[in-house]
Design a protein around this ligand. Structure first.
Ligand SMILES: *[C@@H]1O[C@H](CO)[C@@H](O)[C@H](O)[C@H]1NC(C)=O
Length: 234
């Protein structure tokens, strides 16, 4: 599979090398269930709004701001019937390096994480989240299968994260300023302690958007190309 990912990434990068202007917009995984902006995190009430399905979303402005939303299920090998769920949100500024890398620098006081463990507690754990992220490269290309523009971000080890598709351009985002200032009254009440806004991760297991079949599409495309080459030379 690693070889296939590598070949798929070569294929995509020949389609389009990443330029900062290509990033502008809101990107989301295939189900479109997770989208940055007020539908995911409510900064006035300082709480998350649980999406119907797991997924990830990134937004980028043309003046260097980003926003990021994650909703993931974490499997529990000891007890497969008891997955945890995690929601994460942060925003801040981004830079594209001369080497094509992408660096996300969050506003530390604004990020939030909610960890839900329904089998051991009815309450979730709500804390600050502050995670600088670096991607070695990215590609933007038209995905012929979904007939939409696709963003791939590559981690430090060269592996792609889940592909995202363009949902909005211009992006759908919360204000890019530091929000903690405007939420300070209510925010302090919730933070760093258990919250009632736990969520139901049980239902996610069978519908997890992040078990993403379109990896298999690209694998299929590459296999076909390789099959063709193999035939040609045989
Ligand atoms: C946020 O993360 C950065 C990078 O890891 C770190 O330098 C900074 O001290 C953190 N800030 C807070 C408030 O935790």
């Amino acid at each position: 599979m690693i070889v296939v990912y590598f070949l798929a990434s070569l294929l995509m990068s020949t389609v389009s090398a990443g330029r900062a202007a290509d990033l502008v917009g809101t990107w989301t995984t295939k189900s479109r269930a997770v989208v940055t902006g007020p539908g995911f995190y409510d900064p006035v009430e300082d709480r998350f709004i649980e999406p119907k399905l797991t997924g990830i979303s990134f937004s980028f402005t043309d003046d260097g701001h980003f926003e990021q939303a994650f909703y993931r299920a974490i499997s529990n090998p000891q007890d497969p019937a008891c997955p945890q769920g995690i929601m994460q949100w942060q925003h801040g500024t981004y830079t594209v390096g001369s080497d094509g890398s992408l660096r996300l620098e969050p506003i530390a006081v604004d990020g939030r994480q909610l960890l839900s463990d329904p089998c051991s507690s009815s309450k979730g754990t709500y804390i600050r989240y502050n995670q600088t992220e670096k991607y070695t490269s990215f590609t933007v290309a038209v995905d012929p299968y979904y007939d939409s523009t696709r963003l791939d971000l590559y981690s430090f080890d060269g592996s792609p994260i889940h592909p995202m598709y363009l949902a909005y351009r211009p992006p759908e985002m919360l204000p890019t300023i530091t929000l903690n200032a405007i939420t300070s009254g209510k925010a302090k009440r919730h933070l760093d302690r258990d919250t009632d806004s736990s969520f139901d991760v049980q239902k996610l297991v069978s519908k997890d958007d992040l078990v993403d079949p379109d990896r298999w599409l690209w694998a299929g495309v590459v296999m076909s190309v390789m099959g063709g080459v193999a035939l040609f030379f045989s």
